[in-house]
Design a binder for this molecule. Structure first.
Ligand code: FMN
Length: 163
């Protein structure tokens, strides 16, 4: 158990507001049901093998499913997709999450068609830490959209690179 100092937590939160992150929707399909969550805590691990990690809060609706799925998708949002980021970051919009723009066969993780990139991963490992779990995925398939113009999150606001 690691002691948490409130002032240190506040300072760390302030520091993290200065870190720009691309915004992603992690997608999965469980027993025919599509699920997803907006997440900035996504990082490549290695090119050999191509692999990445995502950090998911244990309180998130997708968390129990992330523990059992064989695959998940990482959809890197385009700067025009802020509305999608908001929908997948708000419980009130669960029913609308996959209404528009998704390729979804209810078996594989749904793929956001106009995403900057979509990365299909086989989930191979996970680790619990504090409030979150780290899920490791090995990349199996990749789609990219022409042009590089991702949605970014910085200082509590959405924006684009160069704003
Ligand atoms: C910009 C942004 C980034 C986020 N990044 C993460 C993240 O990396 N991991 C996570 O578990 N939640 C993250 N969240 C919070 C979840 O998107 C949010 O709590 C969501 O509502 C949880 O899904 P649920 O409502 O289906 O439980 C982020 C939210 C925002 C707005």
């Amino acid at each position: 158990m690691i002691e948490t100092d409130a002032a240190l937590t506040d300072a760390f939160r302030l520091a993290m507001r200065r870190v720009a992150s691309t915004v992603n929707v992690i997608s999965l399909c469980v027993e025919g049901e599509a699920m997803g969550i907006t997440a900035t805590a996504v990082s490549p691990i290695s090119m050999d093998p191509p692999s990445l990690l995502v950090c998911i809060n244990q309180a998130a609706a997708v968390h129990p499913s992330m523990d059992v799925v064989t695959h998940f998708g990482v959809n890197v949002l385009h700067r025009d997709q802020e509305a999608i980021a908001r929908i997948f970051a708000d419980r009130r919009f669960h029913a609308e999450r996959f209404a528009d723009g998704w390729e979804n066969d209810c078996v594989r993780p749904p793929r956001l068609i106009d995403a900057q990139a979509s990365i299909l991963c086989r989930r191979i490992d996970h680790h619990r830490f504090g409030t979150h779990s780290i899920f490791i995925g090995v990349v199996e398939e990749v789609w990219t959209r022409d042009g590089v113009d991702p949605l970014v999150y910085l200082d509590g606001r959405y924006g684009r690179v160069g704003d």
